[in-house]
Design a protein around this ligand. Structure first.
Ligand code: ASP
Length: 321
């Protein structure tokens, strides 16, 4: 660490005035995927409510690539002053095993702020894909899987993880096509350039409602009341198939505790705002309970999920350097 960085970090820690006046200028929120996609939407809705409460703009910066690890790397190296934050989802925990040479230690590189939402995922196909149900899709894949493609938002994205679990469940590899976010995946799926993807409701609710894509299953334990006709993957034949894209906000490790606590309280208040709740409901997700929007809850989730996915990813044998 450069001496100036050490000194300024020290001054921030000893200066209560610094934390009291926080934030006195705009905050940057790094989003690891493309604008207009699943995580970007959650980020923009959350940032809007938090920035109103904090009295400062939260500027979204889409820092794309490498399944979200580029944004996470930047956040881990940012000045720990509360002015650079990261939103990330389940992919931050799977990347810990998928990427062999990450420049940060996932469990210790961040000062977690809190969980935001656990977005359901949907298995969807191009609008003219012949199967009309998940069981028909599974039979179709058995015969045609070698010629099919599965779009994802990069190795380590939630869509990649869901695709990997899906291929294991149907016991057939389908060619993965990586993008830098689900927004371009959706564009190509609607344009019939790829066959399948698994994506969060925060990105798929509208295309499903408009019948721009074929929807096969939801990855939650029970059906969503807002999509009553969409079966769960489990009930449609993929026993035990369940995955959700939990999202959290992180600051760099070393961020003063007073700032972490202020951001966490602000997140909790933002998640209670009627406007945010409505906008989340419109994309078929909901805010976490207040006790989950805390540093402890997010750190626990992160630690548990890194440990939970490591053996599954090692068994699948897909790694990146
Ligand atoms: N979060 C998405 C995924 O992991 C990517 C995106 O938001 O664009 O698949």
């Amino acid at each position: 660490m450069r001496p100036t960085v050490v000194i300024s970090a020290f001054l921030m820690m000893v200066s209560p005035a610094f934390a009291q006046n926080y934030p006195s200028r705009p905050i940057t929120l790094l989003v690891p995927f493309a604008a207009g996609g699943a995580t970007d939407t959650v980020a923009r809705v959350t940032a809007q409510s938090m920035s109103k409460l904090l009295g400062q703009p939260i500027v979204i910066e889409n820092a794309l690539g490498a399944g979200g690890t580029i944004a996470a790397t930047r956040a881990s190296r940012a000045e720990p002053d509360g002015y650079t934050l990261l939103i990330h989802h389940i992919g931050i925990s799977t990347a810990a095993t998928l990427y062999r040479n990450l420049p940060y230690d996932t469990k210790t590189a961040f000062a977690p702020i809190g969980l935001i939402t656990n977005a359901p995922m949907t298995i969807i196909g191009r609008p003219d894909l012949p199967p009309n149900s998940l069981s028909e899709l599974v039979s179709y894949i058995k015969t045609n899987g070698d010629k099919m493609t599965f779009g994802n938002a990069g190795l380590g994205a939630a869509s990649h993880l869901c695709g990997m679990l899906f291929m294991t469940a149907v016991n057939k590899q389908i060619l993965p096509i990586p993008y830098k976010g689900n927004a371009p995946v959706m564009t190509d799926l609607i344009a019939k350039q790829i066959d399948l993807t698994c994506d969060q409701t925060t990105n798929t609710t509208q295309p499903i409602a408009a019948k721009l894509v074929k929807s096969y299953a939801i990855t939650t334990r029970t059906r969503l009341t807002s999509m009553p006709d969409l079966p769960t993957a489990d009930e449609a034949g993929l026993k035990g198939f369940e995955v959700g894209a939990w999202h959290g906000i992180y600051a760099p490790k070393g961020t003063p505790d007073a700032i972490v606590q202020k951001l966490s309280r602000t997140l909790q208040d933002a998640l209670k705002e009627p406007d945010l709740i409505k906008r989340f409901n419109d994309i078929n997700t909901e805010p976490v309970a207040q006790d989950q929007a805390t540093p402890q809850a997010l750190q626990t989730m992160l630690n548990n999920e890194v440990d939970r996915w490591a053996p599954i990813i090692k068994a699948a044998g897909q790694f990146a350097d």
